[in-house]
Design a binder for this molecule. Structure first.
Ligand code: ZN
Length: 400
């Protein structure tokens, strides 16, 4: 069933941008290194057609070419329908947005990717000048810690009052890794909803779980109304809500409305001030950690299956952490200590050279002559230039 009006499917692609500090090859590595990616990479859109000209200009920067390049950039920006410029900040029927997902940022859900602000045809930059985005990403990804969290049912909420403009349902909840990109061609958003708000503003909600949409086209909704649940439909490999804000056809970063193109740390927030500091930008975050009785893989963490292999007295004792937003130069270390502070195992990953959308680290020890028993502590930290930038302690009590 495919009930949305024509244009809904194309919406995530048509507004995609090509900007970059990272080469395509590196980006592919970064995304595929951990076997997953989000959203709407397909369809490089209108702006790509301008990038070769832009490169030529850079090699021959005569005055004429500089002017031509500027004109081309303006045209490219216009056609690519990118993030809105600062010229529109005076309007103001802008919506006040609540969190579009029923969870607590930083504790049971996390922002994986922000809107890409970088105008260059390579690389990406989020609103805070960080790399918590990828080239052309046109929304905000709110992710859950694993697939099991999604299976328990997490509501997607209307971010502001409005009218349901379009709906699509009926897409299977299955990782795009199973069927490949072609399996979701033209349906990258998966099961989705568009809500139109006053003054030509709209919000779009993607990757919802099949059969969970509880509104119909034309319905009026209030901010906070549940409209569906987080799923795994469309072009995604992890459970998350892809949330896009638009004014007309222009993508707006709700963290930086009015930010001039290719700038960061500017613009204004559209988020309800009641969200307080929960919506603050985080450089790096830990989204999973714990002990297990088996070798840990990214798939075991993402599926949530690792939670069904808890530490036990007569199996290897393994600690693991998955973090997102790691930066070049980050050194990760993890260790296990017993109740007396004696080190059981320790592992350190040398400084990484490129940003990592996500990464995991694990260390373990085979069972000793005696069974594991009592309290054990896991300690993880990230250091950059000698400074601890992220750390977590976690404990377990093993009862024979
Ligand atoms: Zn996304």
């Amino acid at each position: 069933m495919d009930s949305q009006p024509k244009g809904f499917l194309e919406a995530p692609v048509a507004v995609e941008r090509n900007c970059s500090k990272v080469s395509g090859a590196v980006l592919v590595y970064r995304l595929s290194r951990f076997g997953w990616f989000s959203g709407v990479l397909a369809g490089r859109s209108l702006e790509q057609g301008f990038s070769p000209s832009s490169k030529t200009v850079q090699r021959a920067p005569s005055a004429g070419w500089i002017i031509a390049r500027r004109v081309l950039r303006v045209i490219a920006v216009f056609f690519a329908q990118t993030v809105t410029s600062g010229t529109s900040a005076e309007d103001d029927n802008r919506p006040l947005l609540i969190l579009p997902i029923r969870c607590h940022l930083g504790s049971d859900c996390y922002i994986q990717n922000f809107v890409d602000h970088d105008e260059d045809p390579k690389g990406a930059s989020d609103y805070n000048c960080g790399e918590r985005t990828y080239d052309g990403h046109n929304g905000t990804d709110f992710r859950l810690p694993d697939l099991k969290a999604a299976s328990r049912g997490v509501d997607v909420l209307a971010a502001a009052p409005g009218r349901i403009k379009a709906i699509r349902d009926g897409i299977q909840d299955v990782s795009v890794r199973v069927g490949g990109d072609s399996s979701v061609a033209g349906k990258e958003c998966g099961n989705g909803i568009i809500i139109e708000h006053k003054a030509d503003w709209s919000t779009q909600y993607c990757h919802l779980a099949k059969g969970t949409i509880r509104v119909r086209t034309g319905d009026q909704v209030s901010a906070g109304d549940p409209i569906g649940r987080v799923g795994l439909s469309g072009k995604t490999e992890f459970s998350h809500l892809h949330f896009t804000v638009r004014r007309g056809n222009l993508v707006v970063d709700p963290f930086a409305y009015g930010a001039p193109p290719s700038t960061c740390r500017s613009g204004t927030s559209l988020w309800d001030p009641a969200l307080g500091r929960t919506i603050d930008y985080r450089d790096r975050e830990i989204i999973n950690s714990g002990f297990a009785s088996t070798a840990v893989s990214m798939d075991l963490i993402e599926s949530g299956e690792i939670l069904s292999r808890p530490a036990s007295p007569h199996a290897p004792l393994v600690a693991y952490v998955r973090a997102i937003g790691l930066k070049p130069g980050d050194v990760q270390a993890i260790k296990i200590e017993d109740a007396e502070g004696k080190q059981i195992a320790r592992y350190e990953i040398p400084a990484i050279t490129t940003a990592k959308a996500q990464a995991f680290i694990t260390v373990g020890s085979a069972q000793n002559a005696r069974p594991w028993t009592g309290a054990y502590t896991g300690y993880y930290n990230v250091r950059n230039n000698g400074q601890v930038t992220l750390e977590k302690t976690f404990k377990i009590e093993i009862v024979p």
